[in-house]
Design a protein around this ligand. Structure first.
Ligand SMILES: *Cc1c(COP(=O)(O)O)cnc(C)c1O
Length: 432
């Protein structure tokens, strides 16, 4: 569920009219709903109440400090993929002891920093990495908590750029090799074999691939627990979301309609997985990113020009692929709605940004309400893998971000001043 809706003809985030945010903060503007983040987290936590679990929000999906703080206040842990993300979590008031460090390329200094901060686990992706973690831990005279990421080789049936659990990609260690890896790792004196981890992909819309992976890995994790005294099993993230969300419905109706459209719900996810996980007697970690943050944000943009060529209509807006790259990168769909609804005809149009790339579009040939220059549009479900992937391409400033809670709104990221873009650059001495 989420808390964006129309009241009359005006789009609201919780109790705040999006138009009032535009007047105050300008566009392009990311708007987040704290209530949506909260309810999403709680829906998952409640569904999984039958197992001892820790939800580690995937920071890479949305790392704004205010988003992290909202989740930290609920007791969330964090799935991090860099030393920078760990610093962010700490800056936001999150607990390092609830952090799981993922990723194939952890550097020595990242490992040292995370070890000193006392993170919950390093989720290692190769034997050289285990050896490196062992070396750093030895130097610091500590034992490093580790899990190995198993690649279960199951098909997640999602977009190829976000499939991670098959032998075609760089992630994890092959299922067949895992026991040998744990046996060798057990001889590394500065490692504490704390868990086993997997993550099969992202935007997975049905329970079946998760169930298949858990069924396959369950006997393995039980054996490893027996042999090495593991404490947890992380089943990763990847729960999908609706990218064409209805703009009004209560939580119960929302999950019913999601289920009716074949979209995974926390209730189904828990109902199918909990019975498989309970008998293991392990702490279960989850690493949801998109599921928590995806529907909790939107990107507001202003129509600068309406351009009609011989064959097409273009709405040229002030946001671009540097602000939201998902359509260009993943062929992703984002619902686009007017900030102020008007009666009138529809047109088919491409919504495009000002960047000099033909890939700079948010939709193509889509039926949209007729609009004029000066109108505002909102791209929905822009809370995950959206602002975090923004760049300064074309020397465009990073957009401002606002958090809403009830009737309150606060700027949680100032619009980047254009000079800040080249602040770290300088002319070479011989050019002066
Ligand atoms: C990206 C990632 C996640 C989060 O994925 P979502 O699809 O956003 O839930 C979780 N775990 C790992 C290891 C990841 O790389």
């Amino acid at each position: 569920m989420h808390h964006f809706h129309y009241s009359g003809n005006r789009l609201y985030c919780e109790g705040v009219a999006v138009e009032s945010l535009i007047r105050k903060y300008g566009t392009p503007l990311y708007v987040y709903s704290q209530r949506t983040l909260t309810e999403r987290y709680q829906a998952l936590a409640q569904a999984l109440a039958g197992v001892d679990s820790l939800i580690c929000f995937a920071v890479k999906s949305n790392s704004n400090l205010a988003v992290l703080r909202a989740l930290a206040d609920l007791g969330s842990g964090f799935d991090i993929v860099s030393g920078g993300e760990l610093e962010r979590v700490i800056a936001a008031g999150g607990d390092p002891r609830r952090c799981a460090f993922a990723g194939v390329g952890k550097t020595e200094s990242e490992i040292e920093f995370a070890l000193r901060r006392g993170i919950y686990t390093f989720n290692a992706e190769s034997e050289p990495e285990l050896e490196r973690i062992n070396r750093v831990a030895a130097r610091l005279k500590r034992r490093a908590p580790v899990a190995v990421r198993v690649n279960p080789n199951v098909e997640a049936r999602t977009h190829k750029k976000i499939t991670t659990g098959t032998y075609e990609n760089k992630f994890g260690i092959a299922f067949e090799q895992i026991e040998g890896v744990y046996a060798r790792a057990a001889r590394l004196k500065h490692l504490w074999l704390r868990g086993l981890q997997m993550h099969i992909g992202s935007q997975i819309t049905e329970v079946a691939p998760f169930e298949q992976a858990v069924r396959k890995v369950r006997p393995l994790v039980a054996r490893l627990k027996e042999r090495h005294g593991l404490e947890f099993f992380s089943i990763g993230g990847g729960l999908g979301i609706v990218y064409q969300p209805a703009l009004a419905s209560g939580p119960a109706a929302w999950w019913r309609s999601s289920a009716a459209r074949g979209m995974i719900t926390p209730q189904q996810y828990a109902a199918r997985l909990q019975p498989l996980l309970q008998p293991l007697g392990l702490k279960i970690l989850l690493e949801p990113g998109r599921f928590i943050s995806g529907n909790a944000g939107l990107l507001v943009t202003r129509i600068e020009y309406v351009k009609r060529t011989g064959r097409k209509n273009f709405l040229i807006v002030d946001a671009a692929m540097n602000d939201l790259i998902r359509p260009a990168f993943y062929e992703a769909y984002h619902e686009i709605v007017p900030v102020r609804r008007r009666a009138g005809a529809q047109i088919r149009a491409d919504v495009v940004g000002p960047i000099c790339e033909s890939g700079d579009f948010f939709c193509q040939d889509r039926p949209l309400p007729k609009a004029e220059a000066g109108d505002y549009l909102a791209l929905l479900s822009a809370g995950a893998y959206a602002s975090v992937m923004a760049s300064n391409y074309n020397t465009r400033s990073l957009a401002a971000e606002v958090m809403v809670k009830g009737r309150q709104a606060a700027l949680v990221r100032a619009r980047q001043p254009v000079k800040a873009i080249w602040a770290g650059e300088q002319i070479a001495p011989w050019q002066r």
